[in-house]
Ligand binder design. Structure first.
Ligand code: KE4
Length: 429
């Protein structure tokens, strides 16, 4: 595959942008090689600066459930742009957006728009702390909630119940209030709560994880979380930045029937533009400034341009009653095709999928948490990734990410992917 122009641009990029990219996971660090620079997205496809075309399973890391650049979002943007992109004042589209989100996610009675998933989760934890007047919160090993300091924490060594920073620049002061439990282990949650009685404001969780690869939460585990939070007066935050409007109109909450107190959103709700949101029970949300004392702000929050794209995307989801059935069919065909290949090659690898989020783990262990995910052979995954790339299939450039399937992935695209998957698996084993 000819990638001279991409290589040239990357060399220049590294002069002006740390690592040549504006978000680390794009840099191919964990798969080796240099990132490919794209110039166009259309439907299920990306086209790079050397005019190579790929079937895309990133979808901008989740937003493009209808594929890249659908006409209905372009039209919404063209209309909005004629009126202006941002006013710094309230505008009606923000009210329409808030009404639409609250009509689609029953647990969300009020919502605040922000500009990224990180802002949404950071604000939700601050809100829970302010509302409960408690300092600590629980997150789960392997879940990613964005890059706010208090999320960049991992489990401390054995005796420690509080976490330790995963990044320089995150202070021990920040880490001490972040408690770490194990995904799908209600026992680990009970242990952390018993060791920090009456000090915990919130539990935040990806109710189906997409940042350690795809790992679904056992329904009994989620039910146990809900019960414990009720008993202990702890705010349950579902981080649905990735799963919101992805796995169902009402996210994992609709799939499981388990309601969060606060929910965070991102990705799909911006239709590809920078949008995040957090929302939930009215009596909690009213603590947010200016109706309450807890401060949170944003220059471009709710800007009409981003709202027009997000509103178009969510309206389409609300109207398109066949969307999730179509996504399930496409995604199941891909999963079955890969399973068939694994069987033919005598490989017993784990595939986890929830709706149109899927991950093939290079391990024969059943992946139910971060520890089991880490048994994957990342070196082999790296070589597999590049074989797929050479075959024109663009996968997430890291083992511990989710493939995102769109309504635009055709039967032919899925067949090509399955064929490339077979050849790539064969080549690396
Ligand atoms: P952003 O700040 O990147 O918009 O959202 C942070 C975030 C919060 N919560 C969940 C569940 C998320 O998946 C994310 C962001 N997801 C990653 C994909 N693993 C974004 C990709 C990137 O960092 O470039």
């Amino acid at each position: 595959m000819k990638i001279e122009k991409s290589e040239r641009i990357f060399s220049e990029a590294k002069e002006y942008i740390p690592g040549g990219v504006n978000s680390p996971v794009r840099a191919f660090k964990s798969v080796g090689g240099n990132p490919i620079f794209m110039k166009r997205g259309e439907g299920a496809y990306l086209v790079d600066v050397d005019d190579n075309k790929y079937i895309d399973y990133i979808g901008s890391w989740g937003p493009h459930i209808f594929g890249h650049n659908p006409d209905f979002i372009k039209e919404a943007l063209h209309t909005a742009i004629e009126e202006g992109v941002s006013f710094g004042t309230p505008s009606e589209i923000e009210v329409k957006m808030a009404k639409l989100i609250t009509s689609m996610v029953p647990s969300v009675e009020m919502v605040r728009m922000v500009n990224s998933g990180t802002e949404a989760t950071m604000s939700a934890v601050r809100l829970a702390r302010g509302y409960t007047k408690k300092d600590k919160f629980i997150k789960f090993e392997g879940c990613y909630h964005g890059h706010a300091d208090y999320f960049l924490i991992k489990a401390g060594s054995g005796a420690l119940t509080f976490g330790v920073p995963t990044s320089p620049g995150v202070t021990p002061g920040n880490a001490k209030d972040t408690l770490i439990a194990d995904y799908n282990s209600i026992e680990s949650v009970k242990k952390v709560i018993s060791e920090n009685k009456n000090q915990i404001a919130a539990v935040i969780i990806e109710p189906a994880a997409g940042n350690m690869g795809v790992v679904t939460a056992d329904i009994e585990f989620l039910r146990g979380l809900r019960e414990i939070c009720n008993e202990e007066g702890i705010i349950l935050i579902f981080d649905e930045v990735m799963t919101g409007f992805r796995v169902a109109q009402g996210g994992v909450q609709e799939v499981t029937g388990i309601r969060a107190d606060l929910t965070t959103f991102g990705k799909i709700i911006g239709g590809g533009l920078p949008v995040g949101a957090y929302g939930g029970r009215r009596e909690i949300m009213e603590y947010i400034s200016p109706s309450g004392p807890i401060y949170q702000a944003g220059t471009l929050s709710g800007n009409p341009l981003a709202m027009s794209a997000g509103f178009a995307a969510l309206s389409k989801i609300k109207d398109d009653t066949g969307l999730y059935k179509k996504l399930e069919e496409i995604s199941k065909n891909l999963e079955l095709g890969i399973r068939d290949n694994l069987k033919k090659l005598g490989l017993n690898y784990c595939i986890n999928r929830i709706g149109s989020m899927l991950c093939l783990f290079f391990t024969e262990e059943k992946v139910i948490d971060f520890k089991s995910a880490l048994t994957s052979d990342t070196e082999k995954f790296g070589r597999y990734f590049h074989h797929m790339l050479e075959s024109g299939i663009y996968l997430p450039p890291a083992q511990f990410e989710a493939y995102f399937i769109s309504s635009e992935h055709s039967e032919e695209d899925i067949s090509k992917t399955i064929e490339a998957n077979y050849n790539a698996l064969k080549a690396v084993h």
